[in-house]
Write a protein that binds this ligand. Structure first.
Ligand code: GRF
Length: 190
């Protein structure tokens, strides 16, 4: 299945997907200097650089991303460390075909960029990672796969983040396969 991946950060989930043989046909970023964008360039994956400053509104930026992904025949959009919220036009264009990975066991610690720090601050015994379908509500779409990660004594944001990332590398591929099986039963994207 043809994947379009949106990134803003290091891009380690993007790298994991490519190394596992997923068909990543396009990468979009709002941060051209991020590690994910560098990886796309290095691998020769078509890359759209869409910094917000180049657009009059978030909607305009999203329409450019929509057209870029559609132009590459993207069937499923994967938000892999993408730090913007998609506007309605984008979510509608890929309705039920966008997944996001979030570093907590949603609905716990949703809605922010600091889920790892929040979990540590709350003193919970376990946190984890979630892949969910993206809807108009932030971090609230149907959950596809979750994996729990124990918080260990002495954990810092860095040590915990590393173990959460390892869980992400397992569950994002699982979620994509699940979506692939689901979408195989529904009509092709318009
Ligand atoms: C991951 O922890 C993901 O859950 C969150 O952003 C991080 C991206 O990491 N949404 P990377 O850029 O894939 O390394």
């Amino acid at each position: 299945m043809r994947l379009g991946v949106a990134v803003s950060g290091n891009g380690s989930n993007l790298r994991n997907l490519v190394e596992r043989g997923f068909e990543v046909v396009a990468v979009a970023t709002n941060r051209p200097s991020c590690g994910g964008a560098a990886f796309a360039r290095e691998r020769g994956i078509p890359l759209a650089e869409l910094p917000q400053k180049d657009f009059a509104s978030a909607r305009e930026r999203d329409l450019a991303m929509r057209d870029f992904f559609k132009g590459h025949g993207v069937e499923l959009v994967v938000d892999a460390g993408y730090d913007r919220i998609h506007t309605e036009a984008f979510v509608e264009a890929f309705r039920d075909r966008i997944v996001n990975i979030h570093p907590s066991l949603l609905p716990a610690f949703g809605g922010g960029m600091d889920a790892i720090e929040q979990a540590l601050g709350a003193g919970v015994d376990r946190t984890g990672a979630t892949v969910h379908v993206v809807t108009a509500d932030l971090d609230a779409g149907p959950i596809l796969v979750q994996e729990a990660v124990d918080v260990l004594e002495g954990d810092t944001p860095e040590t915990l983040r590393q173990r959460v990332h390892e869980a992400e590398y397992r569950i994002l591929p699982q979620a994509i396969r699940l979506m692939e099986a689901r979408l195989a039963k529904s009509p092709a994207v318009g």
